[in-house]
Design a protein around this ligand. Structure first.
Ligand code: FAD
Length: 244
């Protein structure tokens, strides 16, 4: 996903000139109003608030290679995809960037990260696909010393698929197309197609109670969830699984 907008450079599509002309006429603009997008190197990032001890604890939790604080990782996780987000980041304001991006590979590692953050005064902001349009992934520190983005993309497994009860056990970082591809092989569908489907995750859908264009028939995501396991600083919450 582009740090400054929607989609991927490899599959870029451009607006046909006639569509651009139609928009300019409709909006009464001549095109000169278009702002300039800064380069990745020009985005201003806050100094890291992560202590050496805090970083070390995170590295122990997930492995050093999964604790990233390079410019690209921080900028990519600084904002979601609302109009306001894109104006902010394109103008070079990276003030909501996390101090580090931490990518656990299992729920046990998530628990270790949460414990490390609680011990070192670090705020945790979960990150699925980063398509939030309400500021949900902005890594604001609040009263904390630092903030990390907890990127769940490595946890992308379909753990179990039960064709009899029509239930599936999913990790949070599965993206829409991968999930539907897997269900398709069993002749099934989740029936959940938000317009951000391609770039959003199961965990993000559940956290935001998302709805899609087929939800009138299949129900919103909260009507499709049977049970959840959540790691919290106070311990794990596991709701009852059905059918029992
Ligand atoms: C072009 C576009 C179209 C959209 N269309 C729709 C639509 O049709 N319907 C709709 O409902 N929304 C839509 N959205 C909004 C957004 O895509 C949804 O809210 C989506 O569910 C977010 O999923 P995500 O994986 O990108 O989550 P993120 O944006 O990464 O996260 C969203 C929120 O959930 C939290 N979160 C993410 N994963 C977890 C997790 N595993 N555990 C706990 N918290 C977590 C994050 O901290 C954040 O607060 C659209 C957005 C865009 C930009």
């Amino acid at each position: 996903m582009r740090w400054w907008g929607w989609g991927e450079d490899e599959r870029a599509i451009s607006l046909p000139p006639t569509a651009g002309d139609a928009l300019r006429i409709e909006l009464g603009m001549d095109g000169s109003e278009r702002g300039v997008r800064v380069s990745l190197e020009e985005v201003e990032l806050p100094d890291s608030g992560l202590t050496a001890a805090g970083r070390s604890a995170l590295e122990q939790a997930v492995g050093a290679e999964h604790v990233l604080d390079d410019r690209a990782a921080r900028v990519t996780h600084a904002v979601g995809k609302s109009f306001a987000d894109l104006v902010q980041i394109r103008s070079g304001d990276g003030s909501s960037a996390p101090d580090a991006v931490v990518a656990p590979g299992s729920s046990a590692q998530v628990a270790s990260v949460i414990a490390a953050c609680a011990a070192h005064g670090v705020a945790v902001i979960p990150f699925g696909g980063g398509t939030s349009v309400v500021g949900g992934v902005a890594a604001l520190r609040g009263p904390h010393r630092a903030a990390i983005s907890l990127d769940l993309a490595r946890m992308d497994r379909v753990i179990d698929l039960d064709g009899n009860s029509l239930t599936a056990a999913l990790e949070p970082g599965v993206f829409g197309p991968a999930l539907e591809g897997r269900l398709y092989t069993a002749g099934l569908t989740l029936g959940h197609f938000p317009q951000s489907f391609e770039f959003s995750t199961v965990g993000g859908w559940v956290a935001t109670r998302s709805a899609g264009q087929a939800s009138t028939g299949y129900g919103r995501i909260d009507e499709l969830v049977e049970s959840v396991r959540c790691v919290t600083p106070a311990g794990e919450l596991h709701t009852r699984e059905v059918p029992a």
